[in-house]
Design a protein around this ligand. Structure first.
Ligand SMILES: NCc1[nH]cc(CCC(=O)O)c1CC(=O)O
Length: 310
C-alpha cells in the first residue's frame, strides 16, 4: 500500500476532521501518501427542510460509502453522530477517535445563558433532541428551525434571525470558534446525541489492510462509550426523527449510560440510566433501552414518527 484516500464531506467541519485523520496517518506512516477526496452529499444539498423530515442521518453518509465501494476511497471520516446505527452490509467502523467535548453549546450575541433569555425569545435548532429538552425546561421560549453547516448557522444568528442557537460544542471547538460559546449545557439540561463529539472512520469490511493501518487511531475508552450509546439508539430504532439522547461516561473502568426519549414538544421526557463494566458496553445499551421501553418508549416513538409524517 502506497496511498490512502480519505472520503469526506466538503463542509469546513468535515474537512477539518478529514485533515485531522490525514495528519495522524501521515505521522504514523511517513511512507504513505494520504489524500482527501471531497464530496457533496444529499444531506448537504437539501437545506430547506429539517433533517428529520428528509430521512435523516444516512443522507450524509451514502455518497461516501459509494466511494469506498467502488475503490475511489479507502476510508471515510464521519462525525459518528451522523452515522446510522446499523451500517449497510459490507461496511465496518475501523476506529472511533478520542472524543472532543460532547456537550451542546449555547451561542448568542446578547445573552449569556438559556436562563437569561426573556420569554418569547427565539432559539434556533433543527435537532428534535435539543428542541424537546429546551421545551421541557424552558416552555416560555420559541424554538425555530435552523439548518446548514456551522458557519451558515452562526451567520443566521448574526443576521438577527434568532436570539440564540444551540450547536455541538465539538464542532465550534474544532473550527476554532470556541469564543462563540457563551455557555456549555450540562448533560442534565441537554443530554447529547449518541456519539456526539467523536469521529468514526468507516471502511469496506473486506479491507483488512486498511483496518490494520487505522487501528492506532481507535481510542478504546471513547469507543466503549460510543458503543454503549449506539447500542441503546439501535435498540430503540436509531431514528433521528425522534428526540433521543444517549451519553456514556467512564470512571474506574465502569461505564455510566444515561439516555432519554422525548416528545418534541417537551410534554414527555422518559429517562433511564445504568452502570456496567466497560467490557459490557453493548449490553449496557440494551439494558438502558429496556428501562426506557418499560416506561413506554416504543408507543411514544411510534406516535412521534406518525406525527412527523403528517
Ligand atoms: N448534525 C450535524 C453535526 N454533526 C456533527 C456535528 C458536530 C460535531 C460532533 O458532534 O462530532 C454537527 C453539528 C451540530 O450538531 O451542531
Amino acid at each position: 500500500m502506497k496511498k490512502l484516500v480519505i472520503a469526506s464531506r466538503e463542509s469546513r467541519l468535515a474537512l477539518w476532521q478529514a485533515e485531522h485523520v490525514k495528519a495522524r496517518l501521515e505521522a504514523l506512516y511517513p511512507e504513505l501518501t494520504v489524500e482527501i477526496l471531497g464530496m457533496t452529499t444529499q444531506g448537504d444539498q437539501i437545506l430547506d427542510k429539517t433533517l428529520s423530515k428528509i430521512g435523516g442521518k444516512g443522507l450524509f453518509v451514502k455518497e461516501l460509502e459509494t466511494a469506498l465501494a467502488d475503490g475511489r476511497a479507502d476510508l471515510a471520516v464521519h462525525s459518528i453522530k451522523d452515522v446510522p446505527m446499523t451500517l449497510p452490509d459490507g461496511f465496518a467502523l475501523a476506529a472511533i477517535s478520542e472524543r472532543e467535548d460532547p456537550r451542546d453549546a449555547f451561542v448568542s450575541n446578547n445573552y449569556a445563558s438559556l436562563a437569561e433569555l426573556p420569554a418569547g425569545s427565539v432559539v434556533g435548532t433543527s435537532s428534535l433532541r435539543r428542541e424537546a429538552q429546551l421545551r421541557a425546561l424552558y416552555p416560555q421560549l420559541t424554538v425555530k428551525p435552523l439548518r446548514g453547516n456551522v458557519q451558515t448557522r452562526l451567520a443566521k444568528l448574526d443576521n438577527g434571525d434568532y436570539d440564540a442557537i444551540i450547536l455541538a460544542a465539538a464542532g465550534l471547538k474544532r473550527l476554532e470558534l470556541s469564543e462563540r460559546i457563551r455557555a456549555e449545557l450540562d448533560p442534565a439540561e441537554s443530554l447529547p446525541a449518541a456519539g456526539q463529539g467523536a469521529l468514526g472512520i468507516e471502511i469496506r469490511a473486506d479491507r483488512a489492510d486498511v483496518a490494520e493501518r487505522l487501528a492506532p487511531l481507535n481510542h478504546p475508552d471513547t469507543a466503549a462509550c460510543v458503543a454503549a450509546e449506539r447500542s441503546l439508539a439501535r435498540e430503540l430504532g436509531g431514528s433521528c426523527q425522534v428526540p433521543l439522547g444517549a451519553y456514556a461516561t467512564l470512571a474506574d473502568r465502569a461505564l455510566t449510560l444515561r439516555a432519554l426519549v422525548a416528545h418534541p414538544d417537551g410534554s414527555v421526557v422518559l429517562r433511564a440510566e445504568a452502570i456496567a463494566p466497560i467490557e459490557y458496553a453493548d449490553a449496557l445499551g440494551r439494558v438502558v433501552a429496556k428501562k426506557l421501553i418499560d416506561q413506554g418508549a416504543l408507543p411514544l416513538i411510534a406516535a412521534v414518527l406518525a406525527e412527523g409524517t403528517r
